[in-house]
Design a protein around this ligand. Structure first.
Ligand code: UD1
Ligand code: MG
Length: 452
């Protein structure tokens, strides 16, 4: 494998008019991550020395999204969409002084596998230019790869192809790899004498062959080249991602009762012998340890669930929810930015936000940490072996000591020492016979038709 450094040029200037969206196409998401992130992640294993993204309208959003993944990513603006060669040419100044391989790929093509790009780099060691091709089931309007044995002679765009060329099923994915100097030399010669009147990057293949350079095509599976041009494509891409993620989870030893109803994020991590019941949705940033059980209809994002924990049914774990081993979180419970220690139970109808809960603590039904005063968020610290009575309002900031308890229905506004009972509710008064008389009067009123 070639050891020379790699630079990445991502073409992302497409407005995506068929998306009918105010959002640039490459910022639409699949499995919780922008298309652009998928493309950049595929190339991450090549450890690109430089990354240049060619952007069009909506440039600022794309720049910010790219820098989330790669703080050094550069964006260059393509004002007018003059073709893929023109777009690539715009990256030249950003690659000044770079000596090594350049990989050009598209920001709207999320599924190219890292291994495929590595195979292209490996093929580059023997060839001046490497193109990624695939056997298309339905070649449609893809560019066709005209091969002569192992040598790729040229790429012909559908609009410019003869009937005979259109019968070729080996198609251009759009990913191209060449040495930096060679690539920009070839691009300088690209003209726009074609049906679209565009500067085609694909023309560099014929130009390279005319100079006696060697060009080859690496093959990948058609599924890798799936590009997104419409909302329907986006849905197809999502379905393809989910199908693969479900297979991978099953393969890794995770039990999925109804795989087709479970939705994963691009980065979901689930340990073996974990079980995920039907209709569970994972947002970004979830780690589930071995043996944990995620029950039906739960929604999790940005959280960690340790061994032996049980979540749901109908639970919501939001960013920063950290569940230690054997924690139980039951139905209609929402947890955000909170550490829940070993064996604690929060089983019914509860909101826990900006809190810590000690080991073996029991949180009664209907408990709420009142964490927000309308401007600031405040923390609730609950110790170990605490018993929080049902329907307790914990008005943060507040601390409950180890082994303390709160009476059902309490509004707790000040700290509770360890081992103490806090009662914060109106005292009960019984009025003998009141209810019987009250209802007698109301029923009489109803029967005789007068309201008062
Ligand atoms: C291109 C290829 C075709 C290939 C197909 C695979 C060319 C000339 N043709 O065709 O051989 O089979 O992709 O999907 O390269 N872009 C810019 N600026 C431009 C033009 C395009 O950034 O001026 C970007 C687009 O946003 C897109 C990518 O380059 O991400 C490809 O452009 P597109 O117009 O979709 O090319 P195709 O006609 O699909
Ligand atoms: Mg296209």
């Amino acid at each position: 494998m070639s050891t020379s450094p790699t630079a990445l040029v991502v073409l992302a200037a497409g407005q995506g008019t068929r998306m009918k969206s105010d959002l640039p196409k490459v910022l639409h998401t699949v499995a919780g991550a922008p298309l652009l992130h998928h493309a950049l992640r595929s190339a991450a294993s090549l450890e690109p020395a430089r990354t240049v993204i060619v952007v069009g309208p909506g440039a600022e959003g794309i720049e910010a999204a790219a820098q989330e993944l790669d703080a050094d990513a550069l964006t260059v603006f393509q004002e007018e969409r003059l073709g893929t060669a023109h777009a690539t040419e715009l990256a030249r100044p950003a690659l000044a002084g770079f000596e090594g391989n350049v990989i050009v790929l598209y920001g709207d093509t999320p599924f190219i596998r890292p291994e495929t790009l590595e195979a292209m780099i490996a093929a580059r060691a023997e060839n001046d230019v490497v193109v990624l091709g695939f056997e298309a089931e339905n070649p449609g309007r893809y560019g066709r790869l005209v091969m002569a044995g192992e040598m790729l002679e040229r790429i012909v765009e559908f609009r410019d192809a003869t009937d005979e060329e259109r019968r070729i099923t080996f198609c251009n994915s759009g990913v191209i790899c060449a040495g930096s100097e060679c690539l920009f030399d070839l691009i300088a010669d690209v003209g726009k004498e074609n049906a679209a009147g565009e500067y085609y990057l694909t023309d560099i293949v014929g130009l390279a062959r005319a100079r006696g350079l060697s060009v080859t095509a690496v093959r990948c599976d058609e599924a890798e080249t799936l590009g997104v041009n419409s909302r329907a494509d986006l849905a197809t891409a999502e379905a393809a991602f989910q199908a693969r993620a479900r297979d991978a989870a099953l393969e890794d030893g995770v039990t999925l009762r109804a795989p087709e109803t479970v939705f994963f994020s691009y980065d979901t991590v689930i340990g073996r012998d974990a079980e995920v019941e039907p209709n569970v949705v994972f947002g970004p940033g979830v780690t589930i340890e071995t043996g944990a059980r995620i029950r039906a209809f739960s929604h999790l994002e940005g959280c960690h669930v340790s061994r032996g924990a049980i979540v749901g049914p109908f639970a919501r774990l939001r960013p920063g929810a950290e569940l230690s081993e054997n924690v139980h979180v039951g139905n209609f419970v929402e947890i955000k930015n909170a550490q829940v220690d070993e064996g604690a139970k929060i089983n019914h109808l509860t909101y826990i936000g900006d809190a810590s809960i000690g080991a073996a603590t029991n949180i009664g039904a209907g408990t709420i940490t009142c964490n927000y005063d309308g401007v600031f968020k405040h923390r609730t610290e609950i110790g170990a072996r605490v018993f929080i009575g049902s329907d307790t309002m914990l008005v943060a900031p507040v601390t409950i000591g180890d082994g303390a308890m709160t009476a059902t229905g309490s509004v707790v506004t000040s700290d509770v020492p360890a081992g103490a009972l806090a009662i914060g509710r109106a005292k009960q008064a019984n009025k003998p016979g009141f209810a019987t008389k009250f209802f007698e009067r109301l029923r009489a009123l109803k029967q005789y038709g007068s309201k008062r």
